[in-house]
Design a protein around this ligand. Structure first.
Ligand SMILES: O=C(O)c1ccccc1NCC(=O)[C@H](O)[C@H](O)COP(=O)(O)O
Length: 267
């Protein structure tokens, strides 16, 4: 069986981070982040909270490629994609910023930021406060924290730092144990990723199974990965999930406005 892809990604990312830190010290990002702190506070989580009878909240992802699918959209135009997601009714956007496995370009996040006022999630592999300061300095409303790559202390410290800086943390889990660790570390927005990191198989049944473990009155739950039809949304929505993170289905659709609208009227 294949090795968990996260280990590989983190090893490559650690090298990139070392190089980045040698060029730009943490102080630079910290000072910028502290100036911006609280400016966009709570935007992301507020966008995911909705009237349970209303349409589903969708976080639409800007995604050029992935470890499971390779380079899907080398031609992806971030400005046009963001504008289509806005027109289609996305509640928030996710922008992948990892270069080696997800083929992100250096300016994808800044281009998205200057193209929309919708809440933006920086989706990357993060374990160092440096990356959180940098995300806030870039104008992120939320950052991804993946439980599997963090110790309990790291997770708690990063969630606390996010709170101090007024940025939401989408705390991503894959199984029962990780949900418990996320909740015990103070996560408010809990993501459940449907992708098996060893086989790359995706099944929305993962969210259906795990969502029951999260108290929906105290936490927001986000279903992540593998959503490719209105039926998937219907199925998961019945489990009480607040929002859905959708990438591949939208970037491959050829018509993201219609694809998003179809998902939004699915319940
Ligand atoms: O997308 C992958 O292949 C992948 C592999 C290993 C770790 C993470 C991966 N994806 C990150 C994501 O969580 C997704 O980009 C996001 O949930 C959207 O998923 P999808 O709608 O299936 O593109």
């Amino acid at each position: 069986m294949r090795e968990d892809i996260l280990r590989k990604i983190v090893a490559v990312k650690a090298e990139r981070l070392r190089e980045e830190k040698s060029r730009i010290p943490e102080r630079h990002w910290r000072e910028l982040a502290e100036k911006k702190a609280g400016g966009r506070s709570g935007n992301f989580s507020a966008a995911l909270r909705a009237d349970p009878q209303g349409s589903p909240r969708i976080i639409a992802e800007v995604k050029r490629g992935s470890p499971s699918k390779g380079l899907m959209r080398p031609d992806l135009d971030v400005v046009k994609t963001v504008s289509a997601y806005e027109a289609g009714g996305a509640a928030a956007l996710s922008v992948l910023t990892e270069r080696d496995f997800f083929h992100a370009r250096d300016d994808d996040f800044s281009t998205a930021r200057s193209s929309t006022d919708l809440p933006l999630l920086r989706k990357d592999f993060m374990w160092d406060p440096y990356q959180i300061y940098q995300s806030v300095a870039w104008g992120a409303d939320a950052v991804l924290l993946i439980v599997r790559i963090l110790s309990d202390d790291q997770l708690k410290d990063l969630i606390d730092l996010c709170r101090e800086l007024g940025v939401d943390a989408l705390v991503e889990t894959h199984d029962e144990e990780e949900i418990e660790r996320a909740v015990n570390s103070g996560a408010y927005v809990v993501g459940i990723n449907n992708r098996d990191l060893k086989t790359f198989e995706v099944s929305v049944e993962t969210t259906v199974r795990l969502a029951g473990l999260v108290d929906k009155k105290r936490h927001l739950v986000v279903c992540e990965s593998g959503i490719k039809s209105p039926d998937d949304i219907r199925r998961v929505r019945d489990a009480g999930v607040h929002a859905f993170l959708v990438g591949e289905y939208l970037v491959r659709s050829g018509d993201p406005v219609s694809a998003l609208r179809a998902l939004l009227v699915s319940s």
